[in-house]
Design a protein around this ligand. Structure first.
Ligand code: MF3
Ligand code: CO
Ligand code: CO
Length: 380
């Protein structure tokens, strides 16, 4: 079929009056600049010097939307956010996708009534959690200094679509993006934006998929660049958070009280001179994203109930180098530490079995990230 008039677009080369082909400037694509189509590679090259001023202008248009907010650390949001990403209507959407409001939530459900999944539902959870692991691993493999968290969001969004899955965060209580990206002092619920990750940053990627009626939820914290891996505080923080989750998982079996996880987690964190965030908790997860029970990660909590075969829930401890207190940015999502010190988090979705636990979101041999040795503390 011949190109129809409305599809024709002029070449972006200043000295060119040809029609553009499908060749787009890669830098413009990266910066979300539309309509940078060229007729040929040759023309693109010839017009490069003039064209690239557009990129500079785009960088100049980046801004902090909350200039008067008292940020607790050095991290700032970098706006504008990219345009809303869409999921094809052929992929089943959760009940909140259209209006942002979950129809079944922990507050609406009876708080102490935890669902027990039958074999078929358990298999549904196994499948979605396996897909969620694949997506997290794809996103983590893309991490490097210079990539923006928005680019990570695009990668997650596309990987979900390829797996016939809806990215559960998208429009959940109006969350604007498909993944949470939490950098440095951000505890959780960081919104992917135009900020580039820097060598020395740490970043948590929290991925949740909705597939065939079930949600699977996991997150990991990663070192960005070699500088982060050489930073003893970053390593102490991240490896402690990882171990806190691992220690808690070892306790999961029928009869374990929900309130006891926090004792183990906080004890381990304290041994490493870290604190445990109290505002955000692990949660039941099944056909509902956030279901009963609540799983606090701090010691001496009063969570009610115990593990029973067929339950699926997350444990997702957030550990801080400084104070456990949190503040929320004016975007109403981003939670940061009150002292601006860094935090790390790890999360798995777990199934309680007759004899113990199945880690539905377990790492694979090929998964990026993973533990690195703690810095050796020299004896005094
Ligand atoms: N994945 C997060 C959790 O572990 C929840 C994110 S809610 C969102 O529970 F809306 F911020 F995506
Ligand atoms: Co999560
Ligand atoms: Co979770």
């Amino acid at each position: 079929m011949a190109a129809i008039a409305s599809e024709a677009r002029p070449c972006a080369g200043a000295d060119c009056d040809k029609e553009a082909g499908s060749l787009q400037c890669p830098t413009c694509l990266k910066q979300d600049i539309k309509d940078s189509f060229f007729c040929s590679q040759e023309c693109f090259g010839r017009n490069w010097v003039a064209h690239k001023t557009i990129h500079k202008k785009a960088v100049k248009n980046l801004f902090n939307p909350f200039p008067n907010f008292n940020f607790t650390g050095s991290l700032r949001p970098v706006y504008p956010l990219s345009a809303k990403r869409v999921i094809p209507s052929s992929i089943p959407h959760p009940d909140y996708a259209a209006d942002g409001i979950p129809k079944t939530s922990r507050t609406l459900l009876r708080p102490n009534k935890v669902e027990l999944l039958d074999a078929k539902a358990q298999e549904g959870m196994r499948v979605v959690c396996g897909l969620a692991r694949e997506v997290l691993d794809i996103a983590a493999a893309a991490l490097r200094p210079g990539i923006t968290t928005d680019e990570i969001d695009e990668i997650v969004h596309k990987a979900c679509i390829e797996r016939n899955s809806y990215p559960s965060p998208l429009n959940y209580n109006h969350f604007p993006k498909s993944v949470c990206t939490s950098v440095n002092e951000v505890i959780c619920h960081g919104i992917p934006d135009k900020r580039m990750l820097l060598d020395g940053d740490i970043v948590n990627l929290d991925v949740t998929l909705y597939h065939k009626g079930y949600h699977g939820d996991l997150n990991e914290t990663y070192y960005v660049g070699d500088k982060a891996k050489a930073d003893p505080d970053a390593v102490r923080l991240i490896e402690t958070a990882r171990e806190c989750l691992d220690e808690a998982i070892k306790m999961v079996r029928p009869g374990t009280l929900f309130r006891d996880f926090g004792n183990t987690i906080e004890k381990h964190a304290k041994e490493r001179n870290c604190s445990v965030i109290r505002t955000y908790v692990g949660h039941g997860i099944n056909s509902v994203f956030h279901a009963p029970p609540n799983i606090p990660h701090y010691a001496k909590n009063k969570a009610v109930g115990e593990c029973k075969p067929g339950m699926t829930f997350t444990i997702e401890p957030m550990v801080a180098l400084g104070k456990y207190r949190d503040v929320t940015w004016p975007d109403n999502w981003t939670s940061a530490t009150i002292d601006g010190k860094r935090t790390a988090q790890f999360e798995h979705t777990l199934l309680v079995t007759e004899t113990g636990v199945e880690v539905l979101t377990a790492r694979k041999e090929t998964s990026p990230g993973g533990p690195i040795p703690m810095p050796v503390v020299e004896a005094a």
